[in-house]
Every structure is written in structure tokens, then in C-alpha cells.
Design a protein around this ligand. Structure first.
Ligand SMILES: C[S@@+](CC[C@H](N)C(=O)[O-])C[C@H]1O[C@@H](n2cnc3c(N)ncnc32)[C@H](O)[C@@H]1O
Length: 542
């Protein structure tokens, strides 16, 4: 390079200036400017034979593009760097990281293995990354997640990295409306059905007094992130495209292939999916209006009745997100699934035993309330719930008068013990079967829990009311596990401990714990979750 001038026309001094500028932008995390400076370096040295500078600029631009969600552009940069130097350590690490983020664990492990093979200081780190990929790959196949250590550490540090998983489920046409998710084999309560990573999440710390304006800020941030993700990633755009806008005829909604939700190794052909955004027809459909409608129908909140958040330590109290496969799950007032949110992942598990062929359902709203309240809630969602429980409770000629009277008594807030005793006696005299009994107990759960909360009322009504543990168990069998019932079971079990078989009681509590949180923690860690659930005063939100 005569006189410091490189073949591509960039002299050493200019290159040095561009590098300093890039470092400043990197420190400021100004990724778009950083990409522009990397591009200047790449363009300038592309014509020269300075492979070293070219490859590191490509690898750096790949990292920045990946940070902005442009996985396709980032991978193209890595491939260009590796074409020039197949053993480029930085490009191998970048490519591995991007592939890991896309759920291509085996391919990512290959990159990290090659990076470890390059020797040098980072070999141990690269080998550790290979191990992480192996672990994630096996989790993506089995769905087996163990969060026990993290729970026992008090959720210290970053939340565990999880892989997406599609369990024994399939999207089919549903009697509830449009498409729904169905079990394709028998599933035990607590078993994981799917693990989905959010397309985007909007989160905010809102005071109880927060007005609509603050919530709008969180919502807007969320919408922007979804639009950005759909724009950057063709696969995401294609997946969002499968979701309902709420305006289609239910029978015209297309049932998507399950393969769409799986990120199998080896099928990384982004050009296929790119057609979704480059094809003019599809791009016109995937416009902002459409995405807003899709979000209205499909987004989920982390503080929903069907959800628990692990590890937020009460700090974030408003989280709204889009998780694609869970969006196909319909509502039922006798739901059989719940979700546990861990970072950006939603782990959906069976909240009671599910038979092969049964539809998987969440509760979209509180279902521990009488049928009239549930009707109001479902009509606010824009549908009429026709689940078995709603049908049985609305059409129950024998108990109709009793249900109406009990609903009035709930509102008047009289003696809840009297309500419970009357309802139980009526059910006993009418020889109501266990399942229907459990439905009604669930509908009037607020009366039962007010009664059990009051020592005075429990003493007053004594043996005329069933035990808290017995009622909790019957409700869980009918409408699945949830925190409110779990807390009752824990309290009931504590009272029952003195006179019952301790192990039997603990087994029942753990069973309800699994129905509530899933089998994501071992027994000893489950106890830590129980302590948090019971600790009403320390404000820790599970
Ligand atoms: C998140 S989507 C669920 C998937 C949707 N069925 C589909 O085909 O895309 C929510 C929408 O599904 C329909 N839905 C969910 N649960 C329902 C139920 N129990 N009865 C009738 N419609 C229901 C409603 O139209 C609701 O707005």
C-alpha cells in the first residue's frame, strides 16, 4: 500500500477515523449509524485484498443488524465474511449467536464448535456455547424445563434461556369458533404443551393509579415492536399473517400447518418466507391496520387470570405480548391450560388431565364467578361462550332458582356462610353430580373463600360447610389449577395436617401446584413457590 493508500482507495488514516467513529457509536449503542459506518469500511475495503478488515467489519455489522432484529441481513453478512475467511472467529461467533436466537441450535452449535476449533482466548467460551446449544436442542425436542435452581435462588440473575417447543398439540377447526388447539394424546396435569417466544412484549411499571395514557404508552411501544419484528423477519410476518383479525367468517379461517410453528434444523430458507413481504399481494395484506386488528384479538397479558409470571419480583406489573401458537387457544369457563411467563417465553401447560382429541383452552377472564358475570365478560370479548359449564349452569332447571338467589346474595354481601350452606344443602338434596357441584362451587368461589377467610364464620357454620381442602380439590378437577384455589388448598392442607396423613396431604398440594405452575420445578422448589403464593404481605408477584 504505497503512501498508506489501500487498493480500494481508503488510506490508513481514514480507516482509523472510521474505526474510532464506529467505537463511539458502539458505546452509544447507536446501531443504525454503526451499521452505516461498518458499510463504509466494507465498501472501501471490498475491492482490496484486506480480508482481515473486511471480515471483522462484516461480523460487526452482522452483530448490529441482529440487535435491530434483522436476522436475515445479519446472516448474510456472516456468510460473506465466512466466504472470505471460513475460520473467522468473530463471524463464526456472530453466526452461531444469530442461529441460536432463531432456534437453530444444531447449526448454531456447529458454528460455535468451529469457533472453538480456531483456538485462541475465546475457545472455552465457545465450547460452553456449544453445550448451551446442545441443552436447548434437547429441550426443544422434549419440552423438559427445570427452573428449580432459578426459583430457589430467588430468581437471581438473568432468567434461564428457553427453547421454543411444540408438544402433543395440533391446530384444528373448533366448535368454539374458528380454529383451536387440540391435544393429540392424553396429557397429565402439569405437562408442558408448548413453549413460545414472544414476537414482542410491551412492559411497563404502572402505579395502581395509572391512567389510560400510561397504558397507551406501553401499548404503543408494543405495537411498534410487533411492526418492526414483522418488517424485519419474513418468518414472523408469515406467522402474524396466520392470525385472525376478528373480521373473517369463522369457517373461512385457514387451519395452518403445524410445521409452520416448528423451527426444524436445516430448513433455514429465509428466501421462502421473504416472499411474504416481497410479494406485493401479501405485503398489502400485512399492513399496519391489519396488524392492529390482529393484536386486538390475539395479544395476551402477563397478569391475566390464566397466567403466572416467574421472576419479575413484583417490579413489572403490566406486560402485553404476542405469542403466535398460544394465540390459537380458545376460551372456556372450564379451562384445561394455563401459562407461565419466563422472560419472553410463555410456557403453556395442562392445568388438569386432558384426553387425546380434547380442545386445549385458557380462561380469557376470571371464571371463578357466576354464569351471568361470565356472560358479560365473554360478550365484552365479542363472543358468546357455549362451553359445557355455561350451558349446564344456564339450563339447570333444578338449581335455577337457587343460582339466581345466590347471585343476588353475593351482590348484597350478606352472610356468605349462609349462602354456602344453602347451596351445599340444595346440591345434596338434588343429588347433583360431582362435576356439576364443582362448577357451582367455582361460580360461587368468592362466597366460599370469604367464609374460609373468616374464623368467626367457620366457627358459626361448623360442620355444615365442607372443608376448604375438599372444595379446592373438587374445583381444580373441574376447572383446572389456579393460584386462588392453590392458596385455599395450602391453607386447608395446613389445617388438615394435624389430623390427616401428612404425605397424602402434601401429594395433593403438589398436584394442585403442578396444575397451577406446570412441572417446571422440582418438589423442593415448588415449596418455594408456595411460600411466595402464600406471602400476601411481601408484595412479591409470582
Ligand atoms: C385468540 S383468538 C383464538 C383463536 C381463534 N379461534 C382463531 O381461529 O384464530 C380469540 C378469538 O377466538 C374466538 N373465541 C375464543 N374462544 C371462544 C369461545 N369460547 N366461543 C366462541 N368464540 C371464541 C373469538 O372470536 C375470539 O375473539
Amino acid at each position: 500500500m504505497a503512501g498508506g493508500l489501500r487498493d480500494g482507495g481508503l488510506d490508513d488514516e481514514t480507516l482509523q477515523q472510521l474505526r474510532s467513529r464506529a467505537t463511539q457509536l458502539l458505546l452509544k449503542e447507536n446501531w443504525s449509524e454503526y451499521i452505516a459506518v461498518c458499510s463504509q469500511i466494507i465498501d472501501a475495503v471490498a475491492a482490496s485484498d484486506d480480508r482481515r478488515v473486511l471480515c471483522s467489519a462484516l461480523a460487526h455489522r452482522a452483530d448490529a443488524r441482529a440487535r435491530l432484529g434483522d436476522a436475515a441481513g445479519a446472516l448474510a453478512d456472516c456468510d460473506a465474511a465466512l466466504a472470505a475467511d471460513p475460520a473467522h472467529h468473530g463471524a463464526l461467533l456472530s453466526k452461531g449467536t444469530i442461529l441460536r436466537g432463531l432456534g437453530r441450535y444444531a447449526l448454531a452449535a456447529d458454528c460455535f464448535r468451529a469457533a472453538a476449533g480456531c483456538g485462541g482466548g475465546g475457545a472455552d467460551g465457545a465450547r460452553e456455547l456449544v453445550e448451551q446449544c446442545r441443552h436447548l436442542e434437547s429441550q426443544a425436542r422434549s419440552g423438559a424445563v427445570d427452573l428449580s435452581d432459578w426459583v430457589l435462588s430467588g430468581f437471581a440473575g438473568k432468567c434461564p434461556d428457553l427453547a421454543e417447543y411444540v408438544g402433543p398439540v395440533e391446530v384444528r377447526r373448533s366448535a368454539h369458533g374458528g380454529r383451536g388447539v387440540f391435544a393429540i394424546k392424553n396429557v397429565e396435569a402439569g405437562s408442558t404443551l408448548m413453549i413460545a417466544k414472544a414476537v414482542a412484549i410491551g412492559r411497563g411499571v404502572l402505579q395502581d393509579t395509572a391512567d389510560g395514557g400510561e397504558k397507551m404508552v406501553v401499548w404503543k411501544d408494543f405495537v411498534d415492536k410487533v411492526l418492526d419484528a414483522a418488517e424485519k423477519c419474513p418468518r414472523t410476518a408469515a406467522l402474524v399473517h396466520t392470525l385472525s383479525t376478528g373480521e373473517e367468517q369463522q369457517d373461512q379461517l385457514v387451519v395452518p400447518e403445524m410445521a409452520l410453528f416448528r423451527q426444524e434444523a436445516g430448513d433455514l430458507d429465509l428466501s421462502d418466507a421473504t416472499n411474504v413481504v416481497t410479494d406485493k399481494g401479501a405485503q398489502a395484506v400485512l399492513d399496519v391496520d391489519r396488524i392492529l386488528k390482529v393484536l386486538d384479538v390475539n395479544c395476551l397479558t402477563e397478569d391475566a387470570p390464566a397466567a403466572d409470571v416467574l421472576g419479575n419480583n413484583g417490579v413489572v406489573n403490566c406486560g402485553v405480548g404476542l405469542w403466535i401458537l398460544p394465540s390459537f387457544i380458545n376460551h372456556s369457563c372450564q379451562p384445561n391450560a394455563r401459562r407461565t411467563h419466563v422472560g419472553d417465553h410463555a410456557i403453556v401447560h395442562a392445568s388438569r388431565d386432558i384426553k387425546a382429541g380434547e380442545e386445549i383452552t385458557f380462561s380469557y377472564f376470571d371464571v371463578l364467578v357466576p354464569v351471568s358475570k361470565r356472560r358479560e365478560a365473554s360478550s365484552a370479548w365479542g363472543f358468546e361462550c357455549k362451553c359445557d359449564r355455561c350451558r349446564l349452569e344456564s339450563d339447570d332447571f333444578v338449581l335455577k332458582q337457587e343460582i339466581l338467589k345466590s347471585e343476588k346474595d353475593l351482590v348484597s354481601e350478606g352472610d356468605m356462610g349462609a349462602l354456602v350452606v344453602r347451596l351445599e344443602e340444595k346440591m345434596r338434596k338434588s343429588m347433583v353430580k360431582e362435576r356439576r357441584k364443582a362448577f357451582l362451587r367455582a361460580s360461587f368461589w368468592s362466597a366460599y373463600s370469604t367464609l374460609y377467610d373468616s374464623d368467626k364464620l367457620v366457627r358459626k357454620w361448623g360442620r355444615r360447610v365442607p372443608s376448604e381442602a375438599l372444595v379446592a380439590e373438587s374445583i381444580v378437577d373441574a376447572v383446572g389449577g389456579n393460584e386462588s384455589i392453590l392458596k385455599a388448598m395450602l391453607r386447608g392442607a395446613r389445617d388438615a395436617n394435624a389430623c390427616s396423613n401428612r404425605l397424602e396431604v402434601e401429594d395433593k398440594v403438589v398436584r394442585i401446584g403442578r396444575a397451577t405452575y406446570g412441572k417446571v420445578v422440582k418438589r423442593h422448589a415448588m415449596r418455594a413457590l408456595f411460600r411466595l403464593a402464600l406471602d400476601d404481605n411481601n408484595n412479591i408477584n409470582l
